[in-house]
Structure formats: structure tokens, C-alpha cells
Design a protein around this ligand. Structure first.
Ligand code: HEM
Ligand code: HEM
Length: 214
């Protein structure tokens, strides 16, 4: 009996609500230095989780929990889901949430507040920076919607179906929800995060800055 959600998945997952709440506050209040740093960390976190879905523990891999349209339709028709991990709909919601965080972070790299702050790729992006920065705002609305749906779905499982999903995501497993194969080393996850952080560092430091006229 092994954890269904390994340490890498859980650390990344619980970092999301904390960091995203901070991003909301700092974005609205205009604290863009902090907003950028925490934004970089979210980009690394979402990127690591996506790569972990390809090379990480068996139960964290996309191919082990993503299913096709027929499984989703059958689930929506009320056929009970008997697996341990994400249900067919929740599995695709996972992918959407991760991609939305990734897009939010990436478009932020091109944004500017038009007064004092310019993100590292704002100049380099040229004509594309404007639309990408606009997408930062639109994507935020979509991400908020998905987070709300995510929380409602979890509340539904708790209240209506009596399934404690939060316990499994917090502790890694429950009596009924566990993995049959051992997790991959969290060091691999840390290595992936380190490589992504290095690449992001190179990108934001090597990107050309706007010429100064002073
Ligand atoms: C606010 C930002 C949040 C984001 C972006 C987010 C994103 C995600 C993602 C991507 C997954 C899939 C996990 C994986 O396989 O990597 C997930 C699962 C889960 N999340 Fe969140 N989450 C957020 C907040 C929360 C909060 C506040 C709670 C609890 C109240 C929560 C409870 C859960 C649970 C229980 C699961 C497991 C669902 C299952 O068993 O299928 N999440 N979340
Ligand atoms: C997942 C990560 C991110 C989240 C959740 C996020 C969220 C937000 C939010 C909520 C706002 C306020 C939007 C509004 O006024 O409606 C904002 C604005 C902004 N963000 Fe982010 N952001 C992220 C990443 C980044 C990154 C990495 C950068 C730059 C390095 C960045 C730069 C900016 C800038 C410059 C603005 C102001 C845009 C304007 O005034 O039009 N963001 N962000």
C-alpha cells in the first residue's frame, strides 16, 4: 500500500492555493516585484507537476488517470467510478487547472502596468506583448472560474457522496484510496524543479530590456 498522491504532487498542490491567493492580492495591490517572484515559483511548480505527470510516480502520471470520452460520458450518466485516483471528469479538470496556471504565469512574463513595472519579456515580446498581457487578465477570470468549480466539486463529494478527498490529498492516502506501486523519489521532482527554475532564470535574465532614455 503506497501513497496515491506522492509528496511531489501534494507539496505542489498545497502550494497552489497559498501562492495564488498571494498573486491575487499582489496583482490587485500593484506589488509587482513580489508578484513576479511568486509568479516564477508558480510557473516552476506547474511545470514540474506537468513533467511529473510524464515521468513521476505511476499514480501521478497522466496516462494512468486520463480517460477517453466514453469513460467520461458513462461517468456522467451515473455509472460509479471504481478507481482510486481522479474520476474521469476530475482527471481532465486537473489538466485544465495546471494549464491555466501555466498560461497565467507565462502571460505575466509579458505584462506591464503601463506606469512603473515592466515584466522581463515585455520588451522582447514586441507587438505580441499587448495581447499576451491582456490574456493575463482574461485567463485570470477563467482560472478563478475553474478554481471555484474545483472547490464546489470537492464540497459536493464531501457533503453529498461522503467521500473525504481532502484527507487523501493532505495525507497522501486513505484506507480506500492508495496506490499499488511505490512512488518515485521526491529528489527527482526537486531535480526537475531545479532545472526548470534554471531555465526560467536564464530566460528572464537574458531577454533584452527596453532601452533607457535617461
Ligand atoms: C486555489 C488553487 C487550487 C488549484 C490551482 C488546485 C489545483 C488542483 C490540481 C491541479 C489537482 C490535481 C492534483 C494532481 O494530480 O496534481 C487538485 C486536486 C485536488 N484538490 Fe486542488 N487546487 C486548488 C485549491 C484546492 C483547495 C483550497 C482544496 C481544498 C479545500 C483542494 C482540494 C483538492 C483535492 C481534495 C484534490 C484531489 C481530487 C481528487 O481526488 O480527484 N484544492 N487540485
Ligand atoms: C500563476 C501566476 C500568476 C497569477 C495567478 C497572476 C495574477 C494576477 C492578477 C490577479 C492580476 C491583476 C489583474 C487585474 O487587475 O485584473 C495580475 C496583474 C499583473 N501581473 Fe500577474 N499573475 C501571475 C504571474 C505573473 C508573472 C510571472 C508576472 C511577471 C513577471 C506578472 C505580472 C503582472 C503584471 C505586470 C500585472 C499588471 C497588469 C496590468 O496592470 O494590466 N504576473 N496578475
Amino acid at each position: 500500500m503506497w501513497p496515491l498522491w506522492d509528496r511531489v504532487v501534494r507539496i505542489i498542490h498545497w502550494y497552489f492555493p497559498v501562492a495564488i491567493a498571494f498573486m491575487w492580492w499582489s496583482g490587485e495591490q500593484g506589488h509587482y516585484d513580489w508578484h513576479s517572484w511568486v509568479g516564477y515559483s508558480l510557473l516552476v511548480a506547474a511545470g514540474t507537476r506537468i513533467l511529473w505527470g510524464l515521468v513521476g510516480s505511476e499514480s501521478a502520471r497522466f496516462r494512468s488517470f486520463l480517460s477517453g470520452p466514453s469513460a467520461i460520458i458513462s461517468y456522467l450518466k451515473g455509472h460509479p467510478f471504481t478507481g482510486e485516483g481522479h474520476n474521469p471528469l476530475g482527471a481532465w479538470a486537473t489538466v485544465c487547472l495546471l494549464l491555466l496556471v501555466l498560461v497565467q504565469g507565462s502571460t505575466g512574463l509579458f505584462a506591464s502596468d503601463d506606469i512603473l513595472f515592466e515584466a522581463p519579456l515585455a520588451f522582447w515580446g514586441g507587438h505580441l506583448s499587448g495581447p499576451l498581457a491582456a490574456w493575463h487578465e482574461i485567463n485570470w477570470t477563467i482560472l478563478q472560474g475553474f478554481i471555484l468549480l474545483h472547490l464546489l466539486a470537492i464540497a459536493f463529494y464531501h457533503v453529498v457522496r461522503g467521500e473525504g478527498l481532502i484527507k487523501a490529498m493532505w495525507q497522501g492516502q486513505t484506507e480506500t484510496r492508495f496506490s499499488r506501486s511505490p512512488p518515485r523519489s521526491a529528489w527527482l521532482g526537486l531535480g526537475i524543479a531545479g532545472c526548470l527554475a534554471g531555465l526560467l532564470y536564464l530566460l528572464v535574465t537574458l531577454a533584452p530590456e527596453a532601452p533607457s532614455y535617461y
